[in-house]
Design a protein. Structure first.
Length: 177
C-alpha cells in the first residue's frame, strides 16, 4: 500500500473542502480525497515553476495550456469572442452554452482583441490631437474591456477601474480629464 500523502496546508485543505461542499454525504469522503489530490498536483506543478494558464488558471508548462489551445481554436469560441467584444454582459450566457472552459477562452480572445484595439485607438487619439470621435470611441472600448476584465456590468464600473487598462489607453483617457 502506498504511503499516505503529507497533509495539505490549512488554506489548501479549506479550498478542497469548499470544492466538495455540494457533494452528497455518501460521496463526500471520496470527493474530498480527489479534491486534495488535485490540489497536491497543482502545488507540485507550481513548485516546478509552471505558471498559471492565462485562460483557465491551471498551472501549466505551456502558455496557454494544451487543453485551452484546443478550445481557443473552436469556431464557436471565436464567434462568442466577437460577440463579447461588443456585449461583455453576454459572458454569463456563454457559461450556460459553452461551459466554463469555452466562456473563459472566448473572454481571453475578446480581451486580447480589445487590448489591441485600445492600443491602436490610443495612438490615433494622440495623432489626431485628442479628436472627440476617437476619444469617445476609445472611452467606449475601454468600458467594454474593463467590463469583461472585471466581469462586471459597464454601469458598475468606476473611474478608478481605469488603472487596469493598458498603459497607453489609460494615459490618453486620463490626459483628457
Amino acid at each position: 500500500m502506498a504511503p499516505a500523502p503529507p497533509p495539505l496546508p490549512a488554506p489548501d485543505r479549506a479550498r478542497a473542502r469548499e470544492l466538495v461542499q455540494d457533494v452528497g454525504e455518501d460521496l463526500r469522503p471520496a470527493a474530498l480525497r480527489a479534491a486534495e489530490a488535485v490540489t497536491r498536483s497543482r502545488k507540485w506543478r507550481e513548485e516546478q515553476g509552471w505558471r498559471p494558464c492565462p485562460v483557465c488558471g491551471e498551472a501549466s508548462q505551456e502558455q496557454p495550456c494544451r487543453a485551452c489551445l484546443l478550445t481557443l481554436d473552436d469556431p464557436n469560441v471565436r464567434r462568442a469572442a466577437r460577440t463579447l467584444m461588443q456585449q461583455p454582459e453576454y459572458l454569463e450566457t456563454l457559461l450556460e452554452t459553452l461551459g466554463d472552459s469555452g466562456a473563459n477562452a472566448a473572454r481571453y480572445l475578446a480581451l486580447a482583441r480589445l487590448e489591441e484595439q485600445l492600443e491602436l485607438l490610443a495612438l490615433e487619439c494622440v495623432r489626431s490631437g485628442q479628436e472627440d470621435g476617437y476619444r469617445e470611441f476609445l472611452n467606449q472600448q475601454a468600458g467594454m474591456y474593463l467590463s469583461l476584465y472585471l466581469r462586471r456590468p459597464r454601469a458598475d464600473l468606476k473611474r478608478s477601474d481605469r488603472a487596469l487598462l493598458p498603459e497607453r489607453a489609460r494615459n490618453v483617457l486620463n490626459a483628457g480629464r
